[in-house]
Design a protein around this ligand. Structure first.
Ligand SMILES: [Fe+2]
Length: 307
């Protein structure tokens, strides 16, 4: 394991100098990808790094990522997955989060942490401002500035508009959809960085963003980093992720392997999923999805598991 990079803390940067910031997000416990991305960010001479949420849950490197980032100078923002783990800790034993096979991936991820750590996951801030807020500043968040579940790239309704109106900065950078995106709302620039751990654009390289302050605003560049994906696959196999995270975990493995949205496709194209309740019902349904998607054999070979 390499050392965490020694970049400055954002609080120590001088705002009278142009800044170059790396925005990394959606690692979802993929430690090998995180290491490659941090190395890349340092080689691009960034001044500071912001981790914009969903750095943990569900892959086995979640605990290592949490520990390493929390002891580093990297600014950690809360995503919906950190909130999920904090909710898990508060849930009663009969809550679906703890009891349903549907949530086995989060049950597995939660098992990697202590109760104190799970509670602490609800505490990182939702946003980080960079530069002068009223003079071309940048606001970084996970999905949207005041809601880590709702993407800034979704249709702008009253609640999203209310969020945008509260933001003084002229540029908002978020993550969450695992795919780079650029948009605009009433003169405000909106952007999404890609995912470093589970990219969803058919390109399986890790993805993050470099934001550089120029005299006329921020230059936002998506950076893709190839890394040894066999390391992540080995870690998943050694941790017995397919067994411990159950059938919904299999869909996450499919997402990772192919860089495609199989989890989402399963839930949106199979109306009967609301009637699933037992482990066996989920297993049969997910297995038949993997067959119909034509990926069962590749999955079995890659993860050495009989789905
Ligand atoms: Fe997210």
């Amino acid at each position: 394991m390499r050392q965490m990079p020694t970049v400055a803390s954002l609080d120590d940067l001088r705002y009278d100098q142009p800044m170059r910031i790396a925005i990394i997000a959606d690692a979802h416990g993929n430690f090998a990808a995180l290491e490659a991305v941090l190395e890349s960010a340092v080689s691009h001479s960034v001044d500071a790094i912001i981790a914009a949420g969903d750095m943990v849950n569900p892959f086995p490197g979640s605990k290592l990522i949490w520990d390493k980032l929390r002891e580093s100078s990297i600014e950690y923002l809360r995503g919906n997955q950190e909130e999920f783990l904090a909710f898990y800790e508060e849930a009663t034993d009969d809550d679906p989060l703890r009891a349903s096979p549907r949530f086995m991936p989060i049950q597995y991820a939660a098992s990697l942490f202590t109760s104190d750590e799970l509670r602490e996951m609800g505490t990182p801030p939702l946003t980080r401002s960079v530069g002068e807020p009223d003079a071309g500043g940048l606001l970084v968040c996970h999905a949207s500035p005041f809601d880590p579940w709702r993407s800034i790239a979704s249709e702008v309704d009253h609640s999203l508009e209310a969020q945008f109106r509260r933001v003084r900065q002229s540029t908002i950078v978020a993550a969450h959809l695992h795919k780079p995106w650029r948009g605009e709302w009433q003169g405000k620039r909106l952007a999404l960085c890609g995912s470093l751990g589970i990219p969803m654009e058919g390109d399986t390289d890790a993805c993050y963003m470099i934001a550089e302050e120029l005299s006329n605003g921020w230059r936002l560049t998506d950076v893709r980093v190839g890394y040894d994906r066999r390391l992540t696959i080995e870690t998943l196999c050694e941790a017995e992720f397919a067994t411990k995270a159950g059938p919904i975990g299999w869909l996450l493995l499919a997402d990772y392997l192919h860089g495609e949205r199989h989890l989402m496709a399963f839930f949106s194209h199979a109306p009967h999923v609301t009637s699933l309740s037992t482990y066996d019902e989920y297993a049969v349904s997910v297995r038949s999805y993997l067959v119909s998607a034509g990926i069962l054999e590749t999955m079995q070979k890659t993860f050495q598991f009989s789905f």
